[in-house]
Design a protein around this ligand. Structure first.
Ligand code: ADP
Ligand code: MG
Length: 247
């Protein structure tokens, strides 16, 4: 028997403009608990803006973004609460350069979640182990490779015990030889059942790890389905054209 699914993210009719630039033109998207959804599409199609609307880094002009049954627009005056259950990993790692790895992973736990330092450190160590950096707790970001820094950023996000992880092109800033170690961590998280919404250009990763692939172009979802449907057998011309360029 298949267990009942729980919808973690439910986006309906999402619109976002910057002046005359209508970046998101009515997005409907759901992410179920435990699902890995990869968003692909050309540069400028609105992928980052979509992700940023989910944790209120951008405020939608219209439509509804529900996370765990809560309309996140209602939480606009309490951004910490809106982001409480959402971890985000960006292309740029944005670690604090003046703090060692462990402290990078404890600060938000203490300020946002009000965890005591010993508990925050315990959680940080668990998650640094998870990303293979248990031996680097005292290192400073500048002494780590880009791949290691991005894994710290992932551990930092995981340390907030998120229900959902958002990734915006987490490997795009990395030298090619460092991409694999970050994707491997993400693959493990997927296997552990983490719910993830991932913008990526890594088609092999999307094909292998995604439960669902969403192709965006021009601020709309052009098509979505299993990796087999969207990447191997795209139905829409725009998807075919895009995939011809990137595969
Ligand atoms: P993608 O991630 O698919 O490359 P983005 O969501 O970053 O696309 O951007 C889509 C469009 O929105 C682009 O034309 C970009 O210039 C514009 N845009 C994104 N963020 C802003 C912003 N904060 N202010 C003005 N324009 C923006
Ligand atoms: Mg982007």
């Amino acid at each position: 028997m298949t267990p009942p699914t729980t919808t973690l993210v439910e986006i309906t009719g999402l619109r976002k403009s910057f002046g005359d630039n209508h970046v998101l033109q009515g997005i409907d998207l759901t992410v179920e608990q435990g699902e890995v959804v990869c968003v692909i599409g050309p540069s400028g199609s609105g992928k980052s803006t979509l992700l940023r609307c989910v944790n209120l880094l951008e405020y939608p002009n219209d439509g509804l973004v529900m996370v765990r049954g809560e309309n996140i627009a209602d939480l606009n005056n309490n951004l910490d609460e809106a982001r409480r259950h959402i971890g985000m990993v960006f292309q740029q790692f944005n670690l604090f350069p003046h703090l060692p790895v462990l402290d990078n992973c404890t600060i938000a736990q203490m300020t946002v979640l009000r965890r005591e330092r010993p508990e925050a450190e315990r959680v940080a160590r668990v998650n640094l182990e998870r990303v293979g950096l248990g031996a680097k707790v005292t290192a400073y970001p500048a002494h780590l490779s880009g791949g290691q820094q991005q894994r710290v950023a992932i551990a930092r996000a995981l340390s907030m015990s998120p229900a959902l992880m958002l990734f915006d092109e987490p490997t795009s800033a990395l030298d090619p030889e460092l991409v694999g170690e970050v994707l491997a961590v993400m693959r493990t998280l997927a296997e552990e059942g983490m719910t993830m919404l991932i913008v990526t250009h890594e088609m092999a990763f999307a094909r292998e790890v995604a439960d669902r692939v969403v192709f965006m172009d021009g601020g709309v979802i052009v098509e979505q389905g299993s990796p087999h449907e969207v990447i191997s057998n795209p139905q829409q011309e725009r998807t075919k054209t895009f995939l011809k360029r990137v595969l």
